[in-house]
Design a protein around this ligand. Sequence first.
Ligand code: FE2
Ligand code: FE2
Length: 247
Amino acid sequence: MAMTSLERAEAAEHAMSQELDRIVVKSVIYTSGERDPREPLPRQPDQGKLYMMGHDARLPRMPEKPTLFDFYKYRFGPSTHVLQSARLAKKNGVSEKIVLACLLHDISVMGFIRADHGYWSAQLVEPYVDEEVSWAIRHHQVLRFFADKSFGYKYPDSYVRLFGADYQPEPYVQEAYKRAREHKWYETSRLITVNDLYAFDPNVHVELEEFTDVVGRHFRQPKEGLGFDASPSAHMWRTMIYPTKYL
Ligand SMILES: [Fe+2]
Ligand SMILES: [Fe+2]
């Protein structure tokens, strides 16, 4: 027998409360530092509850075959910074690939992991973009710490405020920078840093849809949806869909 809409609503609510009932255990990386990861986790008794193994009811549900823009809408933090950077890149007349790189360059900060975000962002998008785009995203991580007058790029003032005037990038960062400088795609990556806005303009509002065409032309969206296409980074997208999955 078909359910009435009230029954359907009740069933949905029941399903949600069941899901909320799941035990959520945060990944070590969420808490490392706030607690000592070597200490055993304090565990409440299960009381017959099951562990979270899928959708976290506290988050908006994602479509079955999520697109890149679905992640911007349902999983990423505010995207003003990357949208304004991509808009600036467009205004500066760089190639569409670089506009895309600017749109994607900080997605790891927005939805995954902050530390080494250039590397994580690059890895996320690597199967879906030109090698040059992911290379450029990966290396903006180190290039942004080093001025390049020939591109009009100076060390960001905000870094002096954020990290102190005497902050020096670690030796491995210096090494990565030296290697990047010698690379044929140095300029592409440098152009990300040139268009990377270190201060937001609160009055400039940019819609994601402004980049629909650029993404359509240069981001190979998998037909199965991001997370379900068995690419080398599919698991990373899935982790953003189900960030509290127990295993
Ligand atoms: Fe960045
Ligand atoms: Fe950025």
